[in-house]
Design a protein around this ligand. Structure first.
Ligand code: IMP
Ligand code: MG
Length: 197
């Protein structure tokens, strides 16, 4: 292929979007990291026994990540979701996340892995951990996030497993949204600051 032909071709799918200032992780980089993360989780939950693990995704943001992670985890793994809103169509977090829907599966005494898209101020994960411990008294409760933004932490909480640490940028794609858009981007990128009021 000549350079002239290459220049006319659009960027590879998933590697950019006109509203992104920068692509942080390509679909390939995400896939490799998610597979490794699944191995870490599997090793750490080897003692969960025949009842296995229940992965609970924090909807909507974690659904894309959880769906990929799930397919690398061994049988038996159950799946459910908890619906929470922390950001109300804005980029500033509300102090207390609201739970709109609890898992339908019985999580009492089980091994639970809470999966979220990103650990930012820490309010969501901290709040959910407290609620889950009190409500289900799980045999174990661990947390997994794809992205960790330590610079923004307001509450001292860390995830047991995380995919990538990122600097303090507002990111979208691979499930993460801005005002409910961009969840469908296969890459993760920094939203053009000009688009954020
Ligand atoms: P936290 O409660 O501040 O830790 O925020 C966690 C939630 O905020 C995540 O589940 C995301 O839905 C949302 N969030 C935080 N940072 C970003 C971001 O950079 N892009 C998109 N959503 C974000
Ligand atoms: Mg979320």
């Amino acid at each position: 292929m000549s350079d002239a032909t290459a220049a006319k071709m659009p960027p590879a799918r998933g590697h950019s979007h006109p509203h992104l200032a920068q692509v942080l992780f390509t679909p390939r980089q995400i896939a490799v990291r998610v597979a490794r993360l699944a191995h870490e989780i599997t090793r750490s939950h080897a003692a969960a026994g025949p009842s296995g693990l229940t992965l609970v995704a924090v909807a909507n943001g974690a659904l894309v990540f959880a769906a990929d992670l799930l397919r690398h985890l061994p049988h038996p793994t159950r799946f459910d979701l908890v619906r929470v809103s922390t950001y109300h169509d804005a980029t500033a977090p509300a102090a207390l996340p609201t739970v709109h829907q609890f898992p339908r599966l019985d999580l009492h005494n089980g091994h639970v892995l809470l999966v979220d898209d990103i650990l930012d101020t820490g309010h969501t994960l901290h709040h959910l951990q407290g609620i889950f411990r009190e409500r289900y008294r799980p045999a174990s409760l661990k947390t997994c996030v794809l992205l960790d933004k330590p610079a923004r932490r307001r509450i001292a909480v860390n995830a047991d497993f995380y995919g990538f640490q990122i600097p303090d940028h507002f990111v979208v794609g691979y499930g993460l949204d801005y005002a409910e858009h961009y969840r469908n981007l296969p890459c993760i990128g920094v939203l053009d600051p000009a688009l954020v009021p």
